[in-house]
Design a protein around this ligand. Structure first.
Ligand code: SIN
Length: 524
């Protein structure tokens, strides 16, 4: 489930060992992977380089990175990236040498990029082409997974809904959730519309434990214009020297962190939020990204995608202050897995942003996510192969007709959209960058009202892609709220106004949320 870097990398590994069906809600290229700009962090210069990458990953994660997972990431990363290059991915080079940039909390430039600021698109292009060349891989595009079917305690099939409204059930020896994150749970996000947390919600419904759901990473610099979506302005801009300035034009990061604009992402995002708060509740001040002083870099050539979008709004990196604000970007938590993608439910595996191995701790190091998809996608597939055939015989593809098809009704669709918007705004207001008990309780109140509306709408209208997304968003929102309430400390991306300190004695642990909604803490 999912055609981003983790899903495709797994599919390639599995091809030739059985039938592989890659299910994706839209066209195959439409994934969070496709929109990744900055690059892929990888240490290709030997042991010392790998050790530094590990150290930076551990430091950025604010005391919560599962060290074994991070070791796997940085040690296996170089092999996976070289392999990807052999399969056709082209990273930017100068005179044959790979170019590397720097982003927040990296101690040195180690980030490979492609076509300037279109790294995800190049990785997606090369993996899609490579996967399409394998006969054993079939793509089900424009298809939504609406349910996981369990038999004898293991996942044995998936319910699918295509864009013509046809349901079918497909049996599966193993199901891999690689459907990415859930940025759409917040009103302000850099993620595309498909990022609604469907895989995470389905896994939880099937009984899988989730972990670290309170840690949602807010990218510090999304474009902040009333007329524009929250378009990502890559951290690589700061890697190439951009400053952050407040509305008095002060370079404010010196008040927040010695690494200034290249501090860990959670620190920069909170600093921008604080600088952007007016003197009164609800008032806001503009914060800017400033590259006007950067010399010796052709900004249009280095950042062609970003420059083209800014052009549409009459802005240019080399000439203008660019208004920015944080937006939901990446979920550090997800379906709890071991280092080989196994969830707590047999037959169900997860990798990439949808999964939580603990590799990012409380705050992901910039540009570690594409690497995570490659490394853990490959490992999950190998584990599936090692497990051999499923012991349970399940029915082959059959039509599931126990649910009425969605009856399109403009009024119901509008109500569904309004409910989703209410949930997204509630999550932004009450479970965003700065939270506290009172706001989280208010968030739960909004979530419960939205979940009740969605249930009512489903009983009236039946299942549809949007209904499945609404259910997923409600489930993911609840997991975030429950986990954020349980963690009464501040760490990484989870900042509580009422508990502003990190509390290692009680909370240097991962939160685990079981499907009954209970949250406990475990040291990994
Ligand atoms: C960016 O280009 O700033 C995003 C990279 C990432 O999410 O790690």
């Amino acid at each position: 489930m999912g055609a981003g870097v983790a899903g495709l990398r797994a599919a390639v590994e599995l091809a030739g060992h059985g039938k592989v069906l890659v299910v994706t809600k839209e066209a195959v290229a439409e994934s969070n992977t496709h929109y990744a700009q900055g690059g892929i962090a990888v240490a290709m210069e030997g042991e010392r380089d790998v050790a530094l990458h590990l150290e930076d990953t551990l430091n950025a994660g604010d005391g919560l990175v599962y060290r074994k997972a991070a070791e796997v990431l940085v040690e296996e990363g170089p092999v996976r990236v070289r392999e990807l290059m052999e399969w056709g991915a082209q990273f930017d080079r100068e005179e044959g040498r790979l170019l590397r940039t720097r982003e927040g909390a990296h101690s040195l430039p180690r980030i490979l990029h492609a076509n300037g600021d279109a790294t995800g698109a190049e990785i997606s292009r090369s993996l899609v082409a490579f996967a399409r060349a394998h006969e054993g891989i079939t793509f089900a595009e424009w298809t939504t997974v609406t349910g996981l079917v369990t038999a004898d305690g293991r996942v044995a099939a998936v319910d699918l809904l295509d864009r013509e409204g046809q349901n079918r059930q497909v049996s599966a020896r193993a199901v891999l959730i690689a459907a990415g994150g859930a940025g759409q749970v917040y009103s302000d996000t850099t993620n595309p519309a498909v990022a609604t947390g469907d895989g995470i919600a389905l896994a939880a419904k099937a009984g899988a434990a989730l972990a670290d759901m309170e840690f949602y990473q807010f990218h510090p610099t999304a474009l902040s214009l009333a007329s524009a979506p929250r378009f990502l302005l890559s951290e690589a801009l700061r890697g190439e020297g951009a400053y952050l300035r407040n509305d008095r034009r002060e370079r404010f990061m010196e008040r927040y962190h010695p690494q200034l604009e290249l501090a860990p992402r959670d620190v920069v995002a909170r600093a921008i939020t604080r600088e952007g708060m007016g003197a009164h509740p609800g008032e806001s001040r503009v914060v800017y990204l400033d590259m006007r002083h950067v010399k010796g870099v052709n900004l249009r050539q280095r950042f062609p995608g970003i420059s083209a979008v800014l052009d549409r709004y009459g802005l240019a990196l080399e000439r203008d202050l660019i208004p920015v604000r944080p937006a939901a970007h990446y979920l550090m938590g997800g379906v709890r897995t071991d280092l080989d993608g196994r969830t707590t439910v047999r037959g169900l595996h997860a990798a990439g942003e949808a999964a939580c191995t603990g590799v990012h701790g409380a705050n992901r190091l910039a540009s570690n996510s594409l690497l995570e998809g490659l490394v853990f996608g490959a490992r999950a597939a190998k584990a599936i192969l090692d497990e051999g055939p499923a012991p349970v015989a399940v029915n082959q593809a059959q039509i599931a007709d126990d649910e009425p098809d969605f009856a399109p009704d403009a009024a119901l669709e509008q109500r569904l959209e309004a409910t989703i918007t209410r949930l997204q705004q509630g999550m932004w207001a009450y479970a965003g960058l700065l939270r506290e008990e009172a706001t989280l309780r208010e968030g739960v109140r909004v979530q419960e009202a939205c979940a009740a509306d969605v249930a009512e709408l489903r009983s009236e209208a039946g299942m549809s892609r949007r209904m499945a997304e609404a259910e997923a968003l409600c489930a993911v929102a609840r997991a975030i709220l429950d986990s954020a309430q349980a963690r009464t400390e501040s760490r990484g991306a989870h900042y509580r106004n009422d508990y502003p300190q990190r509390d290692d004695a009680r909370f240097q642990k991962h939160s685990v949320r079981t499907s009954d909604g209970r949250v406990t803490f475990e040291a990994w």
